[in-house]
Write a protein that binds this ligand. Structure first.
Ligand code: NDP
Length: 256
């Protein structure tokens, strides 16, 4: 296979929630293939650290402080990327939160907060970058789902609804924007060792052991496990791949 298939030189990628965990793992993969990265998150110190980390590897990146649930902030973020980096080729909708409560306990405000952060933000960011990608003759959007895009979880009704929604949103954008040469795909992580799941391990009894027993690869995933799938879905190698939801889960979703 020719190396150019995965070449992202000259491309600009926005990674929401790119200041840590899976988002930073993906940002590293995109940067290693040659893309310039805009790290988007609310925590400015964490984003500055992520930019410094990428710079240490010789990669160009900028940090943008923005809440992806706020339409005006998303518009300003995209304008800044175009102004400072000149174009938008790749969008990774990765920002996400979870509130772990069963459906009979979760409040409307908690429900709204999870749906808005995990699902509505992907709509806002995708709609905002669409004109730039269309004008450039194409683009790549990568949405982050979850095993809860497929399975239910008693302790995560809003999260599961948001991640199921991400898959259907992905399919709809893939169909709508195929004519604009924009490929839209979802990645469904298994259980990955990040800040999000460090909290889950504190809140859900026995989670660590259950994940190990249920994952054929017999380990938790690492953020670095997402570098390759990000580079693939952002590069010419995936130009005929659209509307898919690809598990990156050590076999979790196929375990009988
Ligand atoms: P982290 O908590 O490490 O990362 C979440 C990121 O989202 C942070 O960078 C955070 O940045 C950002 N974020 C949250 N809310 C907002 C907001 N309103 N505006 C902008 N940025 C926001 O978790 P993970 O890396 O684990 O999660 C990344 C994605 O992967 C999420 O969508 C999650 O649901 C998904 N996922 C994770 C799994 C896992 O096992 N870890 C499994 C399946 C899916 P900041 O706080 O600076 O805003």
């Amino acid at each position: 296979m020719k190396q150019e298939l995965f070449d992202l030189s000259g491309k600009v990628a926005i990674v929401t929630g790119g200041n840590g965990g899976i988002g930073l793992g993906m940002a590293r993969g995109l940067a290693a293939s040659g893309a310039v990265i805009a790290i988007v998150g609310r925590n400015e110190a964490k984003s500055a650290d992520a930019v410094a980390d990428l710079a240490k590897g010789g990669h160009k990146a900028i940090a943008i402080a923005a809440d992806v649930t706020d339409q005006a902030a998303v518009t300003a973020m995209a304008e800044r990327v175009r102004r400072e980096l000149g174009r938008i080729d790749i969008l990774v909708n990765n920002a996400g939160i979870n509130i772990r409560k069963p459906p009979h306990v979760v409040s409307l405000a908690e429900w709204d907060s999870v749906i808005t952060t995990n699902l509505t933000s992907a709509f806002l960011c995708s709609q905002t970058v669409h004109p730039a990608m269309k004008a450039a003759g194409g683009g790549k959007i990568i949405n982050i789902g979850s095993m809860m895009s497929i399975f239910g979880a008693s302790f995560a009704p809003a999260y599961a609804a948001s991640k199921g929604g991400i898959v259907q949103f992905t399919r709809s954008c893939a169909v709508a924007w195929a004519a604009d040469n924009i490929q839209v795909n979802a990645v469904l992580p298994g259980w990955i060792d990040t800040e999000l799941t460090q909290r889950a391990r504190e809140q859900v009894d026995g989670l660590h052991g259950k994940v190990l027993a249920r994952t054929p690869a017999a380990r938790w995933g690492e953020p670095s496990d997402f570098a390759g799938i990000a580079a693939f879905l952002a590069s010419p190698a995936s130009d005929f791949v659209t509307g898919t939801a690809i598990p990156v889960d050590g076999g979790f979703s196929v375990m009988g």
